[in-house]
Design a protein. Sequence first.
Length: 310
Amino acid sequence: MKSNQSNIKKAKKYLDSNECIAVPTETVYGLAGNAYSDFSAKKIFKLKKRPSNNPLIVHYYNLKALEHDCIINEDFKKLYNKFSPGPITYVLKLKKNSKISKFVTNNKNTVAIRFPKHKLLRKLLKVLSYPLAAPSANISSKLSSVQPSDVKEEFGRKLKYILKGGRCSIGVESTIIKLTDTPSILRLGGLSVSKIKKIIKKQILIKNKSKNKISPGLFSLHYSPGIPLRMNVKKPNEGEAFVLIKKRKTNSKNYFFLSKNNNLIKAARNLYPLIRKIKNKGYKKIAVEKIPNIGIGQTINDRLERASKY
Ligand code: TXA
Ligand code: MG
């Protein structure tokens, strides 16, 4: 489409001059900047009010673009061939002569990398001469953005440009897997652990709740709606918004539905915007019914649990 072409040109112009912009991905919107530029990286942290010890994910177009920056291994190759581009982030060893800004990696010898699937973002990555560092496009510890209006709500006029790519098809962040030694899941996400297990066929540690904080972004206060949230609720209290997994007939105005018919994939897609909507309607408390803890339901429960630490 012609309009897409001119938007990509515009986005490239901002990025080439070290500005940050919002970009669509299939998981959530990202707040992107040139991953090779200290200046851009610092700007991302400032805009997001993100603690500087929390490293960023670097987004690549393909393997060729990645070759200079990280050391890949067999587990990576298997997963890459099956799931990338898509909602999976790999933590790999950084190459000594990598051009990635030390502000992006927080001076670590590892880096989190990902190949996003969103068509518009892929078109943009293809014309850039550097990968994009991009955390989720939200103020640190708040709910991620899954549509341009969310990004506006988060940053207002502080953000120069949003590359608009509609509503994110997955709606929760990527699954993060560390592949530098025994594979370990650092964050549950858009790709279920069972699918990953089928491909690497060996022990995978699940460290998303581990206390040793490999991923500083997994501090418990995260994905915060800004109002209290309770999980596994059978009956809501007076004044609470009640979130249900499946639509049901009711006259109660405070009932909200994640999907029509118990569909966990759709529920994940609707999770953040529904919570935003409830908050914007002025509710002061949220109650959520029990969500099946299978497949992407595990990711939904993980996010709800963190949101409930308010
Ligand atoms: O779906 C996604 O992954 C989105 C889109 C925009 O790509 N991005 C995203 O980024 O969720 P962010 O910054 O919100 O979360 C990145 C997580 C943080 O928890 C951070 O601590 C962790 O990745 N991380 C980054 N580099 C790491 C590293 N070298 N080792 C361990 N964890 C790392
Ligand atoms: Mg985030």
